[in-house]
Design a protein. Sequence first.
Length: 108
Amino acid sequence: MSERITTLSDATFDEHVKASETPVLVDFWAEWCGPCKLISPVLEEIAEEQSGKVQIAKLNIDENLDVTRRYEVMSIPTLILFKDGEPRARIVGARGKAQLVQELSEYL
C-alpha cells in the first residue's frame, strides 16, 4: 500500500478524520472483497495526484466494527468523504478513476 494512504482503526478514526484540515476519503473494505482490490490502485493514484487536496484512508470492516456500524456500511467497497469531520459524500461500489474523481470534484 502507498505511503500516502493511511490505515485507520476504530481507535484512530475519530482523531484522524476530525483533526484533518483537508477532506478525508475513507475506503471501507475487506480482504475478501474483489471489487475492493480493484479500486485500491485507483485510490493510490488519486492519493498521489490530489496530494494536499484530499487524504485517502482505508478502514478494514472486519477488524473495525464500531466505525463500520456507526456509518451504516452495508456493502463494500463503500467510500465516504469526510469534510470538517462530517460525512459529505458516499459512493458504494467500485468506480473507475475518472468517474470517482468526477463524483468527488466538488470537494477537492
